[in-house]
Design a protein around this ligand. Structure first.
Ligand code: NI
Length: 260
């Protein structure tokens, strides 16, 4: 039983063959998916997919690099879609200083506004953070009274900062990079994060795990990530699966029914 806590089933490369990709993942042991939006259209599509597949839930939000049109109120647009029972999180939202195509002050302003939107609807947040750990921490702390629970999607920071984020209610999610042979920093994170705060994800179609690195990632490849985490922590893969599955249910407020 695996919960893929961050997957873009709404990406065209996957969506065009959605039945196949979902079936293959289910056959590989995945029983639930959080399909994550990254702009208005992909958020709508995430909801459509979640409405069609019992095992899929939706996160809606704006990736920081997509906050490009100053004439659009992205908070209002996302809020319009929020009242759907399959919407269980706001995301992905956050800060991205790597691409640097959207002014940092706009990214920060929206990040804080999305935190407040999530608070208003009592939804957890899914965070995309690239080259912006310190500012992310600062904004989370400044908005502490509005913080719901959340997840650091594909966490790539140092193990020393895990506690800072966990203390603010964040879970730590690991994906394909934990399988990369030279990813020492992520290996250390996988070993040291509290098992009750750990999630697994694919970020499909990005970040395919070793030995498929460089190929398009597929939902079924999550088993490589689970196996690697089990190896690093000296646990069975069944243990990692069941713990991370339960953590995802807790974070997203999903009750597990056995009818899947
Ligand atoms: Ni993503």
């Amino acid at each position: 039983m695996i919960f893929d806590s961050h997957v873009h089933l709404n990406d065209k490369k996957i969506y065009d063959n959605l039945d196949k990709y979902i079936k293959e993942a289910v056959d590989a042991g995945v029983s639930k998916f959080l399909c994550v939006g990254y702009d208005i259209e992909s958020s709508k599509l995430a909801i459509d997919i979640a409405n069609k597949y019992h095992c899929v839930y939706a996160a809606i939000g704006m990736h920081p690099t997509e906050l490009k049109d100053l004439n659009i109120d992205y908070i209002a647009e996302i809020e319009k879609m929020i009242n759907n029972p399959k919407v269980v999180a706001i995301g992905e939202i956050g800060l991205d200083y790597y691409w640097d195509n959207v002014d940092r002050s706009i990214q920060k302003e929206y990040f804080a506004k999305f935190i407040k939107l999530a608070y208003k609807y009592k939804l957890p947040i899914s965070l995309h953070v690239r080259d912006a750990l310190e500012d992310t921490l600062n904004i989370l702390r400044e908005n502490k009274e509005y913080l719901t629970k959340g997840v650091m999607h594909c966490y790539s920071g140092p193990k020393e900062m895990i506690k800072d984020f966990v203390d603010l209610g964040m879970y730590i999610s690991l994906g394909g990079p934990v399988t990369f042979l030279n990813a020492k920093k992520v290996h250390e994170v996988a070993k040291s994060v509290n098992i009750d705060k750990l999630l697994v994800e694919t970020d499909v179609p990005y970040l395919a795990p070793h030995p498929l690195r460089g190929k398009m990632n597929e939902p079924k490849f999550i088993v490589y990530t689970v196996n690697q985490i089990a190896l690093l922590r000296n646990e069975t893969k069944e243990y990692i699966e069941s713990k991370t599955y339960q953590n995802a249910l807790d974070l997203l407020g999903i009750k597990d029914e056995k009818e899947d």
